[in-house]
Design a protein around this ligand. Structure first.
Ligand code: FAD
Length: 248
């Protein structure tokens, strides 16, 4: 008798959430927050930095998958918030701009590999505005005594709003000032000029895919172990929904 081959490991099914809009408002000129409720949200278990996959209504009918970070969760009130970058007239920001109390959205998750490395001596965030909800939520949960450096690409200086954290945070804001979002060397230039501290560091890289890849390559060339770098491509010109793993 031969042994049966082991069944291929399959991904566990993601939990399903029936979200109902409570309110929607602008937190910054190009950032709209939508607050949702759902009867089961007290059971949502996630790590700051993780996302939900939203079934976003499409103009041609049906829905498409769009990944959005959990900005905050209030289990007692059974509410959560998502911050949508208003980057254009595409399905997700269009939906967020039009969202009214009672509107429905189906979501699955949480998902995502990025998590705070509690044992790191220092933390480095490199993000564009799509990574800011993750950065803000993760920094809110960091303890006093944590050392954090953040390089943040924004559309303009108007997007520079206070970041709540107990950690010792050194922040560099890098505004595009009218340039189109996409592949650029804004954060890379600041990163190349940044001496990495001694000790065991952890990097969190979230944003446009080719930028994330250039940040990762620089850190690897600077001697950072790949295992100490979380890097995820959150969007890319021409790509519809989804995400890119940046592991090379
Ligand atoms: C794990 C994860 C978490 C994320 N969290 C957030 C979040 O909290 N908030 C948030 O705003 N985004 C977040 N994103 C990014 C978001 O999922 C993408 O920007 C998504 O493509 C937006 O969908 P859309 O319907 O606007 O555009 P799509 O229909 O997907 O794309 C249409 C066009 O718009 C372009 N495009 C997409 N996003 C941008 C952008 N930001 N700037 C310029 N052009 C763009 C595309 O390249 C494409 O050409 C996250 C992505 C991942 C993978």
């Amino acid at each position: 008798m031969t042994d049966m081959p082991a069944a291929p490991a399959s991904r566990p099914a993601l939990d399903e959430w029936h979200l109902s809009v409570v309110e929607a408002f602008d937190v910054e000129p190009r950032l709209r927050r939508v607050v949702f409720s759902a009867d089961t949200l007290d059971q949502l278990d996630y790590r700051p930095g993780q996302a939900l996959v939203l079934r976003m209504p499409l103009p041609e009918g049906g829905t498409g998958r769009r990944d959005y970070t959990i900005r905050w969760l209030d289990r007692q009130a059974k509410r959560l918030a998502i911050d949508f970058v208003l980057h254009g007239a595409t399905p997700a920001p269009s939906w967020a701009k039009a969202a009214r109390p009672g509107d429905f959205l189906l979501a699955h998750g949480p998902r995502g590999r990025t998590m705070i490395a509690a044992d790191a001596d220092w933390h480095l965030f490199c993000v564009d505005e799509t990574g800011m909800p993750a950065l803000r939520h993760m920094l809110e949960t960091m303890p006093a005594g944590a050392t954090v450096h953040a390089l943040i690409e924004t559309a303009s200086a108007q997007d520079e709003t206070a970041i709540e954290t107990a950690a010792a945070l050194a922040c560099q804001w890098l505004a595009r000032n009218g340039a189109t979002p996409g592949p650029n060397a804004l954060v890379l230039g600041a990163l190349q000029a940044l001496p990495l501290p001694a000790g065991h560091g952890q990097a969190y890289l979230m944003g446009e895919t080719s930028n994330v890849r250039s940040w990762r390559h620089h850190l690897v060339q600077s001697g950072m172990p790949k295992a100490a770098i979380f890097s995820e491509g959150y969007w890319r010109p021409g790509r519809i929904g989804g995400h890119d793993h940046v592991d090379d």
